[in-house]
Design a protein around this ligand. Structure first.
Ligand code: GCO
Ligand code: MN
Ligand code: MN
Length: 387
């Protein structure tokens, strides 16, 4: 099998992922910083399709206008040389001390206004580089103590900000969709819009819900103790899976951002199988970073590993779908002998009356064995390579 990444796979990385210098709350950086241009070349070398950035990954927060323009020129030249594209961009609304109590949900109107100005500039920058998806990760939008902010007011402020930015984007004539990225905590004690479910409900309250979808991340739902695939599937089914952040994470730990598929390959398998089966055609963005033990060769190993694991799991998903024993079990599980009165396809009083008059053999329904042990074991054996 050839597991070489190709542009059609839409594998992307952020400048902040391969450029991560390995700083953590306990230790200093272990790698020298590399420039955006160097990151683009590294990503070109490992075979990625695209590169995403926060405004300040590319342009330092205090750069002058002419410095900005020169940086963007150099960056675009690197894109041309490597053939990489920029499918997604986002704003850094978390690193600067101004955002220590949030950006759009800060209690300080000056901070909220600055966050709005910064985001509009960052949207311009992203669109200038080709982005069609714009991510909102509200890393500082939360609290340590609920004495400090009214959570309902915070949601209103978040809504107002997104409504304003949707109109701004339309006003500029940009072809850009927004993707909200939920996370339960870290760096704040608790972050608003904590899960995919919170975000999906919130989107429906916006002025332009059609412009706004989700960017779910493996680690974030896992940190919340949730089943990531279920969140992804619900977003997909609602037409809201605009982007996805792939990495890995052990439940109950700090935010680990591990290489995709590293911790729980079985969960990763079902995720890849879902994305491929439904025909998700958005980016597969790896929002992860190399272990702190690595030099830049190790960073390449990390990036190649994310893509290779995805492609291996994609092949496993193809095998799973083509396996006749698995197929027979799936058929058996979903069999319908037509004996139950149908109520599908909408209400009618006839259907309701027929259904109410029907006698069910409840004991038989409960007594039926479901071959889920066999199905799961076959899946495990396929993943372990003995099928
Ligand atoms: C995190 C988040 C971020 C966002 C990024 C893009 O846990 O730090 O996943 O990496 O994805 O800021 O908005
Ligand atoms: Mn994350
Ligand atoms: Mn992320």
């Amino acid at each position: 099998m050839d597991y070489t990444p190709k542009s059609e796979h839409k594998f992307t990385f952020g400048l902040w992922t391969v450029g991560n210098v390995g700083r953590d709350p306990f230790g200093e950086p272990v790698r020298q910083p590399i420039s955006p241009v160097e990151s683009v070349h590294l990503l070109g070398e490992v075979g990625a399709y695209g590169v995403n950035f926060h405004d300040n990954d590319l342009v330092p927060i205090d750069a002058s206008g002419s410095e900005r323009d020169q940086i963007v020129r150099d960056f675009k030249a690197a894109l041309r040389e490597t053939g990489l594209v920029v499918p997604m961009a986002t704003t850094n609304l978390f690193a600067d001390p101004a955002f220590k109590d949030g950006a759009f949900t800060s209690n300080d109107p000056k901070v909220r206004a600055y966050a709005m100005q910064k985001t509009m500039n960052s949207i311009d920058l992203g669109v200038e580089c080709g982005a069609e998806v714009y991510v909102f990760w509200g890393g500082r939008e939360g609290t340590e103590s609920d004495a400090t902010k009214n959570p309902a007011e915070s949601i209103k402020r978040f809504r107002e900000a997104l409504n304003f930015l949707c109109r701004y984007t339309q006003d500029q004539g940009y072809n850009l969709r927004f993707a909200l990225e939920p996370k339960p905590n870290e760096p704040r004690g608790d972050i608003y819009l904590a899960t995919v479910g919170h975000a999906l409900a919130f989107i429906e309250t916006l002025d332009h819900p059609e412009m706004v979808g989700l960017n779910p991340e493996v680690a974030h739902e896992t940190m919340a103790g949730l089943n990531f695939l279920h969140g992804v599937a619900q977003a997909w089914e609602a037409g809201k899976l605009f982007h996805i952040d792939l990495n890995d994470q052990a439940p109950g730990r700090y935010d680990q951002d591990f290489r995709f598929g590293m911790v729980n390959p079985k969960n990763a398998f079902f995720l890849v199988k879902f994305l491929e089966d439904v025909g998700y055609d958005g980016n597969r963005h790896f929002d992860a970073h190399a272990f702190r033990t690595e030099d830049y060769e190790g960073v390449k190993d990390f990036a190649r590993g994310c893509m290779r694991t995805y492609l291996i799991l994609k092949e496993k998903a193809r095998q799973w779908n083509a396996d006749s024993e698995i197929h027979a079990l799936v058929q058996e599980i979903n069999a319908d002998d037509g004996s139950a009165p149908s109520w599908a396809g909408g209400y009618s009083s006839d259907k309701a009356n027929t259904l109410k008059a029907h006698t069910f053999d409840r004991q038989a329904l409960g007594a039926r064995g479901l071959p889920y042990e066999r199905l799961d074991q076959l899946t495990v054996e396929l993943l372990l390579g003995v099928r």
